[in-house]
Design a protein around this ligand. Structure first.
Ligand code: CMC
Length: 391
């Protein structure tokens, strides 16, 4: 391969050093700053996990109170940002709106932002973590034709998101603690996942010294794809397409003939059960039980697919297990969140991971602009032919 190592898809290339997240895909381990994901999912809450990812340590009670306050303080949008929503078609996909509006934040926070100042980086992180749920909720409301909503003090991060999504001036959304807890857990499980495609995108964008809000917009764009964050949405679309349990055998034939994939299965790194999927499966059971949905045809169908895939040699040989998005899609759907909002929810949860990686990279004195090389396979040298002489 000449001077460069050819590694399409970066299967064998470490692009950076990082102290944030550890994954062992063969053993199915995931640690944030050394803490196993199972312990965080059980005992922590999303904002505490954000603090941990950003700062490297769990907060003291005072640090936690200060952090929660700072995020709460920044959760409103500049009133002028509401104009950006109005520029979109009402039927725009909320991820398109997210890419646009988060990118637009760079116009509001640019001139005064010095990325070399740690305090400025911290404020940028607060702003992003605080505002992204507000933006996601408004993207949904704009699409529905609902009036804009505002964050409410005294609610947890997940409760506030549900409030902003579903409350109207005439009916306040009553938060069910089981559902808020499930959503908080989805946020924790999606908060970081080391150098996945979108995080690598944020790092590569940031490596040029670009505005962090614009870099996060780049991460959101990358996350949108069905092989990445779009998978939870694709899972629900797939369930709709299959329709009912009788159609499962034919669908599975198609999977084996490579006509389509079984969405929500397989992972680049986990060749064993994704530890997040194991936690989410439990949450999924709790939520379906809370809402009495165990006999709902859609969820029965999902459980049937899971059962078949876990016992089928095609999946066993290829080490294809359900991933976190298989279950998170089901949980979100049971909570009443429309399918088009699944990937925006992934984006809002992953924002802390992106900004933590960006911060780690910018703070590294050895940082270099990211500049992969290529193997050129195009035409050799040739001479220009005048337009009139070309046939
Ligand atoms: N259904 C059926 N076959 C599959 C699937 C699937 N979901 N995933 C992989 N395979 C097959 C693939 O066809 C290949 O078969 P063969 O060896 O016969 O050619 C083998 O398994 C290895 O797959 P690969 O494509 O080399 O694996 P990869 O590491 O490049 O892809 C993946 C990983 C996640 C993109 C892929 O498994 C996939 O597309 N899954 C469905 C989409 C999905 O659920 N994505 C969410 C990932 S987790 C959340 C996130 O990161 O955003």
């Amino acid at each position: 391969t000449g001077m460069f190592t050819y590694d399409p898809g970066f299967l064998a290339t470490a692009s950076c050093e990082s102290k944030i997240t550890f994954i062992d895909g063969d053993q199915g381990l995931l640690y944030y700053r050394g803490y196993p994901i199972e312990q965080l999912a059980e005992h922590s809450d999303y904002l505490e996990t954000c603090y941990l990812l950003l700062n490297g340590e769990l907060p003291t009670p005072q640090q936690k109170a200060d952090f929660d306050y700072m995020v709460m303080r920044h959760n409103m949008l500049h009133d002028q940002i509401h104009n950006f929503f109005r520029g979109f078609r009402r039927d725009a996909h909320p991820m398109a709106v997210m890419v646009g509006v988060v990118g637009a934040l760079s116009a509001f926070y640019h001139d005064s932002l010095d990325i070399n100042d740690p305090h400025h980086r911290k404020v940028a992180a607060f702003r992003l973590i605080a505002k992204v749920p507000t933006i996601a909720a408004q993207a949904y409301r704009y699409n529905k034709g609902l009036p804009l909503s505002y964050p409410k003090a005294g609610l947890s991060y997940a409760e506030n998101f549900l409030h902003m999504m579903f409350s109207t001036p005439v009916s306040e959304y009553k938060v069910n603690p089981v559902l808020a807890k499930a959503l908080d857990r989805i946020f924790i499980l999606h908060a970081d996942h080391e150098q996945n495609a979108s995080t690598s995108t944020v790092r590569l964008s940031g490596s040029s010294g670009a505005n962090p809000f614009a870099c996060i917009a780049a991460g959101i764009a990358c996350l949108w794809g069905p092989s990445h964050g779009g998978a939870n949405e694709a899972v629900l679309k797939m369930l709709d397409e299959i329709g009912s349990v009788e159609n499962v055998p034919a669908f599975m034939e198609g999977v084996k003939n490579k006509t389509h994939k079984l969405m929500g299965f397989g992972h680049r790194v986990y060749k064993n059960m994704d530890p997040r999927a194991a936690i989410m499966k439990q949450t999924c059971d709790e939520v379906l039980a809370e809402l009495g949905l165990h006999n709902d045809p859609k969820f029965k169908l999902a459980m049937e697919l899971e059962k078949i895939a876990l016992n089928d040699p095609y999946f066993i040989e290829r080490k294809l297990y359900p991933n976190v998005d298989f279950y998170s899609g089901i949980v979100l759907s049971a909570i009443g969140i429309p399918v088009s909002m699944f990937t925006p929810i992934f984006a809002l949860a992953r924002t802390v991971g992106w900004i933590s990686h960006w911060t780690e990279m910018i703070a590294d004195p050895g940082m270099k602009i990211g500049r992969p090389r290529q193997l050129y396979t195009g035409a050799g040298r040739r001479d220009y032919v005048q337009l009139s002489e070309r046939k």
